[in-house]
Design a protein around this ligand. Structure first.
Ligand code: BG6
Length: 481
């Protein structure tokens, strides 16, 4: 069953077209759209980079990338050839004069124009300026900006200011690829598409919320980027913050860009500052040569590869319901999930020894997308009223059946939203700044107090202190399975 919604013809320029992200995510994403029949016949994708190569060489590089990174490459060379016909290449010097005129010549009037900045952030300003001053962009053009969007409030502000010199906010698409994940969007569908949850969605009925994004990978070859960043900047300030917003926000009146982003912004602004004893920093250790520091820039690095924290949303709805966030690398398994733990029923008619536990709703974002709701039922048998809790477990793929459309990758979804001009799943400038304004003091405190990360063994669920963070509130993390 194909429910492909046509998009307008476009020219998409990918700066950093030979880079890792372009080869791993952006082009495979576009290829999936092509394979699904959504790429307009006259669409043009132009890789732009410093390298001196011609279009044939670039196409062959992309062919290799698709074979390596795309699950659709098995559809065969004909399909790949068809896709490659849309691909062009331009050699451009982002900080100089070379190549810009030739690139402009390739762009057409009357089609959607988008420029993807898949380059190091220090080049964003240079590229934005050249697009504008050399007449490559007009007021309908869009730019797509990858994270990291700054490394603190000050740099994010300055970046926003620079981009605002050349583009309106309505033209700027700041990517947080978590928002492109199908199940992350499903959070909104579950919350606002059902009558069941929303009436209970507050501190009167919810005891606490857990947000876990656990990875099994280490920092590997990304050490030089990651070591300057750490889990707080790499994951919490953006991905976990977005998940928190979607869980905690008030219902927007409509599923429209500013309606949704206004509500998310209010959540970020309502966050209380985090006390130093409510955040845990961790760093993994492993076998010889497998320690975090072995891949770091500095062998004595104190950068964290794990963060756990207790977060309070100081507003009417959430007063008294903490949100526990954790994320880390080299953990036991790869799982992203949100656990909503409800309160106990106010009174048990069966007596306190009857058993049963509080309801719990777990939304699994990846892998195995789905949700399970823990409900209490009677334990079978003649021995009186004994209660047990059982999962109402649902995997979305199974529930939707084999005819459902394939789950798109985050990037392919987001790129198509850019072409459609829909900013709902992109971060607005003020949101990004508010998120930094909240994380900055936490990082500053680590630096000032020289807080060393707690070591944890690879393949575990993180440092002891993270378990302790919940234990002292009489709670525990759901296992990372
Ligand atoms: C990226 C981070 O934004 O997200 C990476 O920079 C992290 O460090 C990745 O591994 C996780 O994304 P996903 O889609 O694999 O959950």
């Amino acid at each position: 069953v194909s429910r492909v919604i046509p998009v307008d013809t476009f020219d998409l320029v990918i700066f950093g077209g030979t880079g890792d992200l372009a080869r791993r995510k952006i082009l495979p994403g576009l290829f999936r759209r092509f394979a699904a029949g959504q790429m307009p016949e006259a669409a043009q994708v132009i890789g732009a980079a410093r390298s001196d190569m011609d279009v044939t060489e670039y196409r062959s590089m992309i062919r290799d990338a698709l074979k390596e990174f795309s699950d659709k490459a098995e559809q065969g060379d004909d399909v790949i050839d068809g896709f490659l016909e849309h691909i062009d290449y331009a050699q451009v010097d982002a900080q100089g004069d070379d190549g810009w005129d030739a690139l402009r010549e390739k762009l057409r009037d009357g089609v959607v124009r988008a420029f993807y900045f898949s380059v190091a952030p220090f080049l964003f300003g240079d590229i934005a300026e050249r697009l504008k001053t050399r007449g490559l962009s007009d007021d309908q053009s869009r730019i797509v900006v990858e994270k990291p969007f700054g490394r603190d409030l000050e740099t994010a502000r300055s970046l926003n200011r620079t981009l605002a010199t050349f583009f309106d906010e309505g033209q700027i698409y700041r990517i947080d690829h978590y928002l492109g994940k199908e199940t992350v969007q499903n959070l909104m569908a579950v919350r606002f598409g059902n009558i069941l949850f929303e009436p209970l969605w507050n501190s009167q009925f919810i005891d606490h919320v857990q947000i876990t994004v656990a990875e099994t990978v280490g920092v590997g070859g990304r050490g030089s980027y990651y070591d300057k960043s750490g889990a707080m900047r790499d994951m919490v300030q953006n991905h976990l913050m977005q998940l928190l917003c979607l869980i905690a926000m008030e219902p927007p009146a409509r599923f429209e860009p500013d309606a949704v982003r206004d509500e998310k912004l209010k959540v970020i602004r309502a966050l209380e500052p985090v006390a130093p004893n409510e955040v845990v920093r961790g760093q993994y250790e492993g076998a010889e040569g497998e320690n975090y520091v072995d891949h770091a820039e500095d062998p004595r690095s104190t950068t964290e590869s794990f963060v756990a924290m207790k977060v309070q949303v100081a507003n009417w709805r959430w007063q008294g319901t903490p949100f526990y966030l954790r994320t880390g690398k080299k953990l036991r398994s790869r799982v992203s999930e949100i656990v909503v733990r409800f309160r106990e029923p106010p009174h048990s008619i069966f007596g306190k020894d009857a058993g049963g536990r509080a309801n719990e709703l777990a939304i699994r974002l990846q892998p195995d997308e789905g949700m399970d709701l823990r409900v209490t039922i009677k334990e079978p048998g003649p021995g009186g009223m004994r209660l047990v809790d059982v999962p109402l477990d649902m995997t979305f793929a199974e529930a939707l059946g084999p005819d459902a459309e394939e789950v798109p990758d985050a990037y392919e979804r987001l790129i198509m939203d850019v072409i459609r001009g829909n900013q709902t799943l992109f971060m607005r400038g003020d949101e990004v700044e508010a998120a930094w304004a909240w994380t900055d003091p936490i990082i500053a405190n680590w630096e000032e107090a020289k807080v060393r990360p707690a070591k944890y063994d690879s393949g575990t669920s993180g440092p002891e202190a993270s378990l302790e963070l919940l234990h002292r509130d009489g709670r525990r993390w759901r296992d990372i399975r």
